[in-house]
Design a protein. Structure first.
Length: 175
């Protein structure tokens, strides 16, 4: 049997050719062998250690808010790689190595053994970025919420102002 890196696992399951399988395996994120002794996982409220990463299962609306919040501090869009076949690689090793948040899709193993639901996606961030994400979430709540029924959000006000300035520049009548 050929080795995992030569595509044995992925061939005819995730890819149609052994070459594609080997390419897939060589491109996924993985930890260096002999550098780490293991991995510790725990619900955040029960962890008796300071984690390197915080992983959150969420729906697409929650993920959108988390991504928006994650870009609040530095303005950098999230850029990541996803094979959607290994949450261990996509959602754990990758953010650990790139030191940035990622969004991932639960894989078959996570659905089978972790009981991930069909409507869930995963947002993982290094713990160092959590303070900025919390601040970004607070700002998101302030700028995307209304005080009362029929109220206008800060975001809507800014879009309306931009549209008005664009209409004026193009010589269109404004209301």
């Amino acid at each position: 049997m050929k080795s995992w890196l030569e595509g044995d696992l992925a061939y005819e399951i995730y890819t149609g050719t052994r070459e594609a399988a080997a390419s897939m395996e060589s491109s996924i994120f993985r930890l260096e062998t002999d550098k780490f002794k293991g991995i510790a996982l725990a619900p955040l409220a029960k962890a008796n250690f300071i984690p390197d990463l915080i992983m959150m299962y969420c729906d697409s609306k929650q993920a959108m808010r988390l991504v928006t919040a994650a870009t609040y501090t530095d303005g950098e869009p999230l850029r990541f790689s996803m094979a959607a076949r290994g949450l261990c690689s996509d959602g754990v090793v990758q953010p650990f190595q790139i030191k940035r948040p990622v969004v991932s899709i639960p894989c078959g193993g996570d659905r089978l053994f972790g009981v991930a639901q069909d409507n869930e996606i995963v947002f993982t961030t290094p713990v160092d970025g959590l303070e900025g994400i919390i601040k970004g979430l607070r700002v998101f709540e302030q700028t995307h919420s209304t005080e009362h029924l029929g109220g206008e959000t800060e975001l809507r006000k800014r879009y309306n102002n931009l549209a008005k300035r664009l209409d004026e520049k193009l010589g269109r009548p404004t209301s």
